[in-house]
Design a protein around this ligand. Structure first.
Ligand SMILES: [Zn+2]
Length: 285
């Protein structure tokens, strides 16, 4: 258990704590997302494909670069755990930690989903969020976090005293990727990574800074929309926690399906768009 009581408090503790924070990564010098162009492009979109993710299951989808995709709430409040890979190289994948460091604990319109090192480029840009109004609530909770990891059967095994549950988001994402690529479960599993928790309402408790969840404010019809900056394979799990208001990693919570929609814009609307190049840093050994 966490225990800070064993160390003495120094006499200048208050002064040390009073030092003003600075933002680790000021993003004013990042190459900006072309939001005006994307706003115009999304006015021209036409739906070309859709995938339903059943409750407590995972499904994959493909999005060509320069297209949009939406994750849509249907039937009832439901959280989705999202993984993204470069469709042409699974080693390039979504980097939750750096996305959090660059943007915030929770993401919304204008934020980008960045890929892992050494690639570090935007994989997708969020172009619309019907839950953008939520902001941060009185508990410090927000929607669409990049602070959680994904529910997984290994953590559940430890916390439950030995129970096996086979439909954690980690299982669902692994099975979905294996089905998409032909990889075995064992070979697909290492490609599954920390997620974007779509629609999930989370934060850190004020007193102990522990990760908390509360019932998602998402309602049917809400959606989170992305612009694919590179060719993508996505995997989405309809979390066994349902709206994540009580428990996860079990069959207890009421769960609903999620919908993924793929949209093609008028190519003329992106005539001035240049896809992001791989990161230019040259690591000289
Ligand atoms: Zn989950």
């Amino acid at each position: 258990m966490t225990d800070r009581s064993a160390v003495p408090v120094p006499t200048d503790a208050a002064a040390r704590r009073a030092v003003a924070p600075v933002v680790c990564y000021p993003v004013s010098t990042l190459p900006p997302a072309p939001m005006a162009m994307l706003s115009a492009a999304r006015e021209t979109i036409e739906k070309i494909d859709a995938v339903v993710v059943p409750p407590r299951e995972g499904r994959t989808f493909r999005v060509p670069r320069g297209h949009f995709f939406r994750i849509v709430s249907i039937e009832g409040p439901q959280v989705g755990d999202l993984n993204l890979w470069n469709a042409n190289d699974l080693k390039e994948r979504f980097f939750s930690g750096k996305t959090r460091a660059l943007h915030a604990t929770h993401v919304t319109t204008g934020d980008r989903l960045w890929s892992n090192l050494p690639h570090l480029r935007p994989m997708a840009t969020i172009t619309h969020d019907t839950l953008g109004w939520y902001g941060f609530d009185e508990h410090g909770g927000g929607v669409h976090d990049v602070i959680g990891t994904r529910c997984d059967p290994y953590t559940h095994k430890l916390l439950s005293g030995g129970d096996d549950y086979h439909h954690c988001c980690h299982n669902n994402l692994t099975r979905a990727l294996a089905g998409e690529t032909g990889l075995s479960i064992r070979d697909a599993e290492p490609h599954v990574h920390d997620v974007l928790n779509v629609f999930m309402c989370t934060g850190f408790t004020r007193d102990t800074q522990q990760y908390f969840m509360k019932a998602s404010p998402v309602r049917p019809g809400d959606f989170l929309e992305f612009f694919a900056e590179i060719d993508l394979i996505g995997a989405l799990s309809a979390c066994p926690g349902g709206d994540c208001g009580t428990v996860h990693s079990s069959d207890e919570a009421r769960c609903h399906p999620l919908l993924v929609e793929i949209y093609r814009p008028d190519p003329a609307s992106l005539a001035d768009w240049t896809p992001p190049a791989l990161n230019a840093y040259d690591f000289k050994a």
